[in-house]
Design a protein around this ligand. Structure first.
Ligand code: DOR
Ligand code: ZN
Length: 346
């Protein structure tokens, strides 16, 4: 028996495409199912100015295979030297849809991020004025804070003070991993949303560590206890429009993952939509998948929902996902959920 679900073409509200040969290899994996994506600016060097974002956008479009349609939604990497006027111009031209805040040292290529939040006050005030959202990597980096507590501490010590001192600033808490994150979003009124990744709906911290270390499950923020995964599942499948899909699909080559100091990131672009159908079915919430993957994100960003569709069909045969994709830089392992998936995406 085949069951079919048709949803508006989904978007990915948090995606790493990288550059060069890696970009060329991973872009079709996203463009196959997704119409648009918020493109992370953590290249080396980072995408800081409007001119850099425009050039990166051109490289993305040039890497798109013939016949595929995809709209990259560009972001700027917030530094302590970011010029509010440049941000405002990049927003006014329609080029830039968000600014990304990485606390310095929080994750991959975050060295140019923010250490002193007073230094970005002018940019944040300008963003509040023009309605440009701030996408936040919500982890403190203090050495004395346990890595599993970094999101919860960030909310109290950094995010809440920023929001209180910059009224009207629209904020997306990116890739939330805790019940604390879910509760913070729910306890706040307009102007605050959160993305949730596919992998954080599937793995908890045991998956990374029990029975041997699994480098392909290591990402940042790191997956937390099971109770947090359950809170994320409840939020994603609740129909609450403040929660939407941001895969944080983050390709690293196998040698860079399977290393004594492995990079953070799960590569989920290839199989996200089948995995989400599986998760939402488990939660008896298939009717909420369109909201999470296709409707809530555009609503937050003030963009139209796609008028194209994606069909997902369930069949007895499990989907045969590739174990890896080849890139010009080396193989990238596709996220393995650890169970068979019967939802095919067309
Ligand atoms: O796991 C992650 N990988 N988390 C991030 O915040 C960055 C990303 C990357 O760029 O590899
Ligand atoms: Zn990311």
């Amino acid at each position: 028996m085949t069951e079919t679900l048709t949803i508006p073409r989904p978007d990915d509200w948090h995606l790493h495409l990288r550059d060069g040969a890696m970009l060329k290899a991973v872009l079709p994996e996203t463009a196959r199912h997704f119409g648009r994506a918020i493109i992370m600016p953590n290249l080396v060097p980072p995408v800081v100015t409007g001119d850099q974002a425009a050039a990166y956008r051109e490289r993305i479009l040039a890497a798109l295979p013939e016949g595929m349609a995809f709209e990259p939604l560009m972001t700027l990497y917030l530094t302590e030297d970011t010029d509010p006027a440049d941000v405002a111009a990049a927003h006014a031209s329609g080029l830039v849809k968000a600014v990304k805040l990485y606390p310095a040292g929080a994750t991959t290529n975050s060295a140019s991020g923010v250490s002193d939040f007073n230094k970005v006050r002018g940019v944040l005030e300008k963003m509040a004025e023009i309605g440009l959202p701030l996408c936040v990597h919500g982890e403190v980096t203090d050495a004395d804070i346990d890595i599993f507590d970094r999101e919860a501490v960030f909310i109290d010590r950094v995010l809440d003070p920023i929001r209180k001192s910059t009224p009207g600033l629209r904020v997306v808490m990116e890739h939330i991993t805790t019940k604390n994150g879910v509760d913070y979003v729910k306890s706040n009124a307009a102007g605050l949303g959160a993305t949730i990744t596919t992998h954080h709906l599937i793995i908890n911290r045991n998956h990374i560590l029990v029975g041997g270390i699994k480098p392909h499950y290591y990402c940042l923020p790191v997956a937390k206890r099971e109770e947090h995964r359950q809170a994320l599942r409840a939020a994603a499948t609740s129909g609450d429009a403040r929660f939407f899909l941001g895969t944080d699909s983050a390709p690293h080559t196998d040698p860079n993952k399977e290393s004594a100091c492995g990079c953070a990131g799960c590569f989920t672009a290839t199989n996200t939509m089948p995995l989400l159908a599986h998760v939402f079915e488990e939660e008896s919430a298939l009717d909420k998948l369109a909201g999470f993957a296709s409707e809530n994100g555009p609503a937050f960003y003030g963009l139209p929902v796609s008028d194209e569709t994606l069909s997902l069909s369930k069949s007895d045969a499990a989907v045969d996902f590739p174990e890896k994709i080849e890139t010009g830089e080396g193989p990238v392992t596709v996220f393995d959920p650890g169970f068979d998936v019967h939802w095919h995406a067309e």
